[in-house]
Design a protein around this ligand. Structure first.
Ligand SMILES: *[C@@H]1O[C@H](CO)[C@@H](O)[C@H](O)[C@H]1NC(C)=O
Ligand SMILES: *[C@@H]1O[C@H](CO)[C@@H](O)[C@H](O)[C@H]1NC(C)=O
Length: 476
């Protein structure tokens, strides 16, 4: 059996099983005597993966904040953000891996390119393929990534570049098919990349390359990716990551608009979909103990081919490497799992202030509405960090007075962290009715590697801020 297989340079994923979650209260009971971190140490840990990117110029996105806190070692969550260079839009995604981090690493680095390819009109695609024959250059031609500082080891990178080139060729051949639809394009990109993961794992390769592609196919990841182009927001989600829009109305205050459908057994529609895809006789076994075949909690995911491949592939490819136990019980009518995303569309208005994307590690601690309120408060607190500027010349004295009052209110809530993702992280771990409890965060951050996963999962958060002025002037 393979365990430690490196796909990324300087990044070695390992196979870890998810543990059951324990009640948070038990932390202090069992581990009350952990070493205490100073506030500075807590802040240093919480901020170590912060990143902020600002955009100038007319755009619906002003800037975004991201951050990650690992529980698994190494972290199984990944994230990526990129600008589509040939179409006009940004892609922001977060990915939550399971059974090791291999699949999530690969998806976060490859999915944006598959999406960018699907967004291109066939004519442009053909033109590019005519000019740019080198697969290594294609991704860079389509996308500009931000804060991307890892590379795949060279054999794997070559294989992935070749797969991507054949995918683009295949797309170019489909010309003249029905009109462009964003939902279809996003679904096509998810499903095509997942199909390529399968093909790559089943191909004849050198022993070490085979180990790598198989470790990707045998691990899994759930994903949520948002595409923002002017006032058009699409969110594609497969699994149980969530995206929520923070909406502000003068009279009603903050509200949370969910932009994802959860694919787990709490969602009745999703359970019925799976029941309908298998014979009635399997109704008792296909979802057991709230999990797919009694094993997998998310009901849609990339990778996880031991819930997708047919029985012949399972016996010929999976069993020799991973043993009989890798085949789930009651494996009669695969595939049981798909990477097909649900796509939610929303036309942004000036009321839509920000979008929060986060893995379930965050949602274990706070609700979407709490997250929206926290980021909303953080926004008004941050205003007081910058000098007062007047947007117009003919501004009335009463308006200035109003702004000053707001700043005074904001000053009371002045946040400790500039980065909104860090603000959420700090509040998720240390939030109490009376504010942030330092000793609670300190406990969460000092749990040993062996037990930390019982109390908190990997957490990844991206907060994208909209430009209300830009949205106000968008033609409808
Ligand atoms: C594959 O493409 C990427 C750019 O998208 C490039 O950085 C990398 O070097 C390429 N790998 C190989 C082996 O050509
Ligand atoms: C890369 O691929 C070549 C050719 O298939 C193979 O001989 C070599 O062992 C591979 N190298 C690594 C580091 O996997």
């Amino acid at each position: 059996m393979f365990n430690m297989i490196s796909l990324l340079i300087n990044h070695i994923p390992k196979i870890v099983n998810k543990t059951t979650k324990l009640d948070k209260q038990t932390i202090s009971k069992c581990y009350g005597s952990l070493p205490r971190l100073t506030p500075q140490e807590v802040t240093r840990i919480l901020r170590s993966n912060e990143f902020t990117k600002e955009f100038n110029g007319p755009n619906s996105i002003k800037y975004y904040d991201t951050n990650q806190l690992s529980s698994n070692n190494p972290i199984e969550d990944t994230r990526s953000e990129a600008r589509c260079k040939l179409t006009n839009g940004h892609l922001l995604g977060i990915f939550d891996g399971h059974g090791g981090g291999a699949c999530a690493q690969v998806i976060s680095k490859r999915l944006p390119a598959y999406i960018a390819g699907c967004l291109l009109p066939t004519d442009s695609l053909k033109k590019i393929l005519g000019v740019q024959k080198h697969p290594a250059k294609l991704r860079d031609h389509l996308l500009e990534f931000y804060n991307d500082n890892t590379d795949f080891v060279s054999n794997i990178s070559k294989l992935y570049n070749e797969s991507f080139l054949s995918f683009l060729k295949e797309l170019a051949e489909k010309s003249g098919e029905s009109d462009f639809q964003m939902e279809k394009a996003l679904q096509n990109s998810f499903l095509s990349l997942d199909r390529d993961l399968s093909d790559e794992a089943l191909r004849k390769l050198s022993r070490s390359d085979k180990a790598r592609t198989l470790s990707v196919a045998m691990s899994g990841c759930v994903a949520v990716v948002s595409h923002i182009d002017g006032p058009h927001l699409h969110v594609a989600g497969a699994g149980d990551c969530r995206a929520v829009l923070g909406v502000y109305a003068e009279n009603e205050g903050w509200s949370a608009k969910m932009m994802t459908v959860e694919h787990n057994s709490d969602n009745r529609e999703e359970v019925e979909r799976i029941w309908s895809e298998h014979p009635a006789i399997e109704k008792q076994t296909v979802i057991r103990m709230e999990r797919l075949l009694g094993q997998l909690a998310p009901l849609r995911a990339f990778g996880d081919f031991r819930y997708k491949w047919n029985k012949e592939i399972m016996s010929n490819t999976v069993v020799p490497y991973y043993g009989e136990s890798a085949i789930p019980p009651n494996y009669y009518t695969p595939p049981y799992l798909t990477a097909k995303p649900d796509v939610v569309y929303h036309r942004l208005t000036p009321k839509d202030k920000f979008l929060i994307l986060a893995t379930d590690g965050l949602w274990d601690f706070i609700s979407p509405l709490e997250a929206v309120r926290l980021v909303g408060e953080h926004m008004s607190g941050k205003v007081t960090l910058s000098p007062l500027t007047l947007s117009r010349n003919n501004i009335k004295l009463s308006e200035i007075n109003q702004m000053l009052l707001q700043r005074t209110k904001g000053l009371k809530k002045k946040p400790l962290d500039e980065n909104a993702a860090t603000h959420l992280l700090r509040n998720a771990l240390g939030g109490t009715e009376y504010g942030i409890d330092h000793s609670k965060i300190s406990q969460f951050l000092t749990l040993s590697d062996k037990i930390v996963r019982m109390f908190r999962d990997d957490i990844t958060i991206t907060v994208v801020y909209m430009d209300s002025e830009f949205l106000r002037h968008c033609p409808s």
